[in-house]
Design a protein around this ligand. Structure first.
Ligand SMILES: O=P(O)(O)O[C@H]1O[C@H](CO)[C@@H](O)[C@H]1O
Ligand SMILES: Nc1nc2[nH]cnc2c(=O)[nH]1
Length: 337
């Protein structure tokens, strides 16, 4: 079988084998078939047999902790175009994904592909500057594996950010939607990051999801938004994740609207499920990068460059928002100790 394989190298450049033949000095699916688990997946093959055991996650932590003295409390995932947040950390120790044992690599533009340890307003955090998506060819368990790394590294909280299309007609491009709940559409089809044998060292076989998004942190975030005079830029709503990479048809958007979805993306839900499984407290928000129209007469189409651009335009405001939310969560944590 011959297929085009495009992956990103350490400098963030895309490279392709052209016809399925891989240059030996680059990471790729074929020359990593012998390592377990493999570090990349190709658009042609998904490797669903891999198992990121507790021991593998501990090995990743060991690798990181031998190279940084920072002991994070909060894990942050930067969505498309939102990596600027990681650039605002101080005293950073930064690890390209390709250097971390057993880590996948980022293949999507707007996702730098680094794990950054540092301080956000003096709070110790670890920050994924780039996430993994199902459409890149990674199974959901692999997409959300770094959340378990965050937990084992000591993070009690996860902040997941994403770019999403706005379905709620009262939203506008540039709004920040605090996620109050999600609909796990991929789960309806039997796809879950928790599929397969359960290791109780991570969490229970059947974790509840009824308070997936911590109501107290949602309250904190709303207070922060008020203090920042975010007024009509802040929304609260329901997010869903579809498999992608194609955006939605008009009929699909109409269906999602009927389901009660306010914003649609291609990430986050499986990360949140993984975080709740291992008892992390979760806060998530979507940057509305485009509106999803449910009228055939509308000619607006979603496009990824625009998604990245809106992220860049809103980066300062979002960095300020996250920094304040992190500061408040940390104050809360200190009160409890
Ligand atoms: O969810 P994040 O990674 O922020 O990115 C969103 O934007 C990309 C599509 O433009 C998809 O990857 C979608 O999931
Ligand atoms: N599925 C999906 N993901 C997005 N990410 C950013 N915008 C969109 C969108 O409109 N749909």
């Amino acid at each position: 079988m011959s297929c085009e394989i495009i992956v990103k190298n350490g400098n963030g450049e895309n490279y392709s084998n052209g016809n399925g033949k891989i240059k030996d000095d680059k990471p790729n699916f074929f020359n990593e078939m012998n390592s377990s688990p493999p570090r990349t997946s190709s658009p042609c093959f998904s490797y669903f047999g891999e198992n990121f055991t507790f021991e593998i996650i501990e090995d990743i932590k060991k690798y990181l902790f031998e190279r940084t003295k920072i002991r994070p409390k909060i894990g942050i995932i930067c969505g498309t175009g939102l990596g600027h947040l990681a650039e605002n950390l101080t005293n950073v120790d930064s690890f390209p994904y390709e250097d971390i044992p057993n880590f996948p690599i980022s293949t999507v533009s707007g996702h730098a592909g680094k794990m950054v340890f540092g301080y956000l307003n003096n709070v110790e955090v670890m920050c994924m500057q780039g996430r993994f998506h199902y459409y890149e060819g990674y199974p959901l368990s692999k997409c959300s594996m770094p959340v378990r790394v965050m937990k084992i590294c000591g993070c009690t909280h996860l902040i997941a950010t994403n770019a999403a299309g706005g379905l709620n007609p009262s939203y506008k491009v540039g709004d920040i939607m605090i996620v109050k709940d999600h609909i796990n559409i991929m789960g309806f089809a039997g796809n879950s990051p928790l599929q397969g044998p359960n290791d109780p060292r991570f969490g229970p076989r059947f974790p509840p999801m009824d308070r997936a998004y911590d109501p107290h942190i949602v309250k904190i975030a709303k207070e922060v938004a008020k203090e920042m005079n975010m007024g009509n830029e802040i929304q609260t709503g329901v997010y869903t994740c579809v498999g992608g990479p194609n955006y939605e048809t008009v009929a699909e958007l109409k269906m999602l609207k009927l389901f009660g979805v306010d914003a649609v993306g291609m990430s986050t839900v499986h990360e949140v499920i993984t975080a709740r499984h291992c008892d992390m407290k979760v806060f998530a928000f979507s940057l509305i990068t485009n509106m999803c129209y449910t009228d055939y007469d509308d000619n607006e189409e979603a496009n990824h460059d625009e998604v990245v651009n809106i992220g860049l335009k809103r980066q300062d405001r979002i960095t300020e928002f996250v920094t304040k939310v992190v500061t408040e969560i940390n104050l809360d944590l200190n009160k409890k100790h």
